[in-house]
Every structure is written in C-alpha cells, then in structure tokens.
Design a protein around this ligand. Sequence first.
Ligand SMILES: [Zn+2]
Length: 283
Amino acid sequence: MRHALSIDVEDYFHVAAFQDIVAPDDWPTYPTRVEANTEKVLSILADKGVAATFFVLGWAAEHYPRLVPMIAGAGHEVACHGYSHQQIYNQSRERFREETRRAKAILEEQAGTAVAGYRAATFSVVKDTLWALDELAEAGFLYDSSIFPVHHDHYGIADWPVAPHRLRTPGGAGLVEFPISVLEAGPLKLPIAGGGYFRLFPYSVTRWGLRRIGRSGRPAVFYLHPWEVDPAQPRFANARMLSRFRHYNNLERCERRLRRLLDDFEFTTVREVLAERGLLLPC
Ligand SMILES: [Zn+2]
C-alpha cells in the first residue's frame, strides 16, 4: 500500500496559531526560513528516494520565487495552498475565488505545469464553506485535500467519509476529495497522520495508526510543514500558551521521526495515489 506524502509550504509566521499577533502586512518584515526549510525537506526526501506533493502558499511562491522551481525540479508534485493563508470561513466567496485563481496562476507559471490539487489553510473546507469546492472545480482543480473528518475547534466535518472519493460539489461539478487521514477506532476518529499530531504522539502511535489504515485497504495522506523540521526558528513568546504548545511541541524530534516514517512506509505524491485508485488519470 502506497500512502500519499504532502508538505504544506508556508513560513512559521503564516500559521493560524499566530494570526492574532502577526499581521499579514508585516510578513515581509519577518526573517524568512521557508526556502532553507523546504531545501531541508527536499534533501530528506532525496535521501529516501521519495516523491511528495507540495501544497505551496501563493504568497510564499510570489515572494520567494526559487521555491517552486526547486520543488518541481526535484520531481515532486506542485499543488496549491491558497494565496493568503486566511481560512475560507473568514473570506467572502468572491475573495476566495480571486485569490485561489491568483495563487494557481503563480504556481503554474513558476512550475511550468498545470496544478491539479488544492489544500485549504487550516483545513478550512467545513460544512459552511462547501461552496469552495465549486470554486475549486471551476478554477480547474482536479482534487481537493482539505476536509478533516474530525471534531476540532478550528476545522473538521466529523461525519465526512474517510477514504479518498469522487464527489459532486453543491453546484453539481465533479471533484476528487482526499480527506486528511484519520484512524477509525470504534466511534472515534483519531487524527494521527501529520503536523501537530505527529509531533504530539510518540512515533509508535503514528506507525500503528498508519499500519491500521493501510490494512483496512485505504491509502492515507500524511502532511507536514517545512517549519516543523526547524527547531531554531524565531519564537513568538507573546503568543497564547495553547498556540505556542501546538506550534513548538517536539519540533526538535520531527526530522528524526520523518526519516523513520519514510523508512517504515512507502510514500508517493497525492496525485499518484489517486491515480492508482482510479480516481484521477495518471500524469
Ligand atoms: Zn497552512
């Protein structure tokens, strides 16, 4: 069973955890780490011979134009993480349409290929923002990987199907959804496949969870951010305690865990996994 590996490419100051203390207008004033951190992730993947999907933030691609060519040049899939990293539920439909198309155009120009995949900032495709799927289909995306089938204070549609599937958008268009992977344990759906959860739980929990998902016959999509392999990033001491915990917990363990994960499981791009399942045509 091949699983999908995804990297959401953004800098440490873009994240939702700090959005109440970091204004987007100030982003250019923070020392950037995303290029160096993405290079670090690329070198880990090269060591292990793994291809991944990089959902790149449009703002980051525009401001650091080496990023996308570096990712595409190493043979990975370039996909879209929106433009501004604002959650969809904090945007009007018009703004979402405009900035998503803007991000897609920047990425396609820089990558030199069509961009098929989308992942929302903070998994913000929720019940109230399912209209975003219509906008994605209309903008020419073939798949979305934004819906997190869990209960959480910032995201999630708890009763959403857990396996990758074709869907009809509310407006009737076709789109493929690869929900963020959860482990079903009785009535519970446990988020074990990336990000803060990967850093929070011991590695053995992630390994156990991914093995169980694989044995149930479905591929998982695992996600991580370049800033998660950067324990030396500047720290926001004035952020809320929960936000600091979610962002900084176990950063120093993350690279080692990622290397183990890549040894223990077989990964490839999101697009490739969806093609293997017959949900998309191969590239
Ligand atoms: Zn993000």
